[in-house]
Design a protein around this ligand. Structure first.
Ligand SMILES: *[C@@H]1O[C@H](CO)[C@@H](O)[C@H](O)[C@H]1NC(C)=O
Ligand SMILES: *[C@@H]1O[C@H](CO)[C@@H](O)[C@H](O)[C@H]1NC(C)=O
Ligand SMILES: *[C@@H]1O[C@H](CO)[C@@H](O)[C@H](O)[C@H]1NC(C)=O
Length: 333
């Protein structure tokens, strides 16, 4: 009886804690850390609905790292310079790749979205790879708050790209934006802002929570670029379930990826990040990712699509192809 009561009270306590946590996450104000608090006397002075908040503050908290063949360590772009690239190794003859991480993402770690793709690009050619670092908005804030910042971050990226491309006159035809998770929606917002200017957007397992049921204005959408390609690696969990691009790839069915441990069944985080490991691999090993147009994973496995159109998943996708593609995929980089 006593044990039962103890158990009962512990449960009540847990429920109260979880509810309180939910309220904290929803209220969007208490999780803002002091680091983001510059210019404000009090944390409560930050008006999260203030449309101008991002205009004043993103410039202090979003960073742009340029990588080229001649500077694989990366150099921080200097916002005080008119086009930001004056004193860098940026080479206007080469394609521009812009890479945007997701919530809790980062740029510098070896296995990050940024570094794995930077390393792959320089294995095969000359590029200007720009990694956007918005982790000060990401690691310090709840998912909901980060999400409420996404359009401000996108606005900043659009401004920066406009400067680098001399008001969208130079190098725009090579612009390719790549975003993972929430970063996929951020690059979508950049595309909406630079109307009809972006040739290609790649969404790597675009974030599902608080996005899946949103309309065109509030998530990555097919009209955000001339060509939108999507990779689904944890669909239905962290990643989008629906097909939302011109072409959507579902490696291994799109829900769970091989090589992920037991905890991945619930968290899905390993499958979720496989999207960018596959992408990095696709840059130099496209033949590993031959995909077939197919209505479902079951049909694919039953060889019903063996004679269908095929293309490469990832960097070397054929932009003439549309709809859903399936393949078996690995990444051992
Ligand atoms: C950024 O550019 C400005 C203007 O050219 C210059 O004065 C400043 O030293 C630069 N900052 C860095 C860190 O290079
Ligand atoms: C810029 O890139 C082009 C083509 O990749 C190359 O031919 C040229 O030498 C590069 N210019 C500089 C200054 O590195
Ligand atoms: C197959 O690909 C070609 C272009 O390579 C395209 O014209 C055709 O419509 C595609 N067929 C299907 C069923 O998608």
């Amino acid at each position: 009886m006593f044990d039962f009561l103890k158990y009962f009270f512990i449960n009540i306590l847990l429920i109260v804690c979880v509810c309180a946590l939910d309220i904290l996450l929803e209220s969007d104000s208490v999780t803002v850390s002091n680091r983001l608090n510059d210019g404000y006397q009090n944390i409560n002075d930050i008006d999260l609905n203030d449309k101008n908040y991002g205009l004043y503050h993103t410039s202090k908290h979003v960073f742009y790292w340029l990588y080229t063949r001649y500077n694989t360590e990366g150099e921080l772009l200097n916002r005080s310079e008119p086009h930001l690239i004056e004193s860098t190794t940026f080479n206007a003859s080469n394609p521009i790749k812009v890479i945007v991480h997701g919530w809790l993402g980062n740029t510098q770690e070896k296995d990050s979205l940024c570094m794995s793709n930077v390393n792959s690009y320089f294995k095969v050619g000359e590029y200007n790879v720009i990694c956007v670092d918005w982790k000060q908005y990401s690691t310090d804030l709840s998912y909901s708050v980060a999400r409420s910042r996404a359009k401000h971050i996108a606005h900043d990226i659009a401004k920066i790209l406009t400067r680098i491309t001399y008001d969208l006159t130079e190098g725009v035809e090579t612009l390719h934006l790549i975003g993972h998770s929430m970063g996929a929606h951020i690059v979508g917002f950049v595309g909406k802002e630079l109307t009809n200017k972006i040739p290609r957007i790649t969404g790597l397992d675009p974030a599902k929570p608080q996005y899946e049921n949103k309309g065109p204005a509030d998530r990555l959408y097919i009209t955000d670029a001339h060509f939108v390609d999507i990779m689904h690696t944890n669909s239905g969990n962290n990643g989008f379930t629906k097909s939302i691009g011109h072409i959507d790839f579902f490696p291994n069915g799109g829900k769970r990826q091989p090589g992920c441990g037991f905890s991945d069944k619930t968290t899905g985080s390993c499958s979720h990040i496989k999207a960018y490991h596959y992408y990095a691999h696709s840059i130099w090993a496209k033949e590993d990712y031959v995909s077939l147009k197919c209505p479902s994973w079951d049909d694919y496995k039953a060889h019903k699509c063996d004679n269908a159109n095929s293309t490469f998943m990832g960097e070397h996708v054929d932009i003439e192809q549309t709809e859903d593609y399936y393949l078996e995929a690995w990444a051992e980089d």
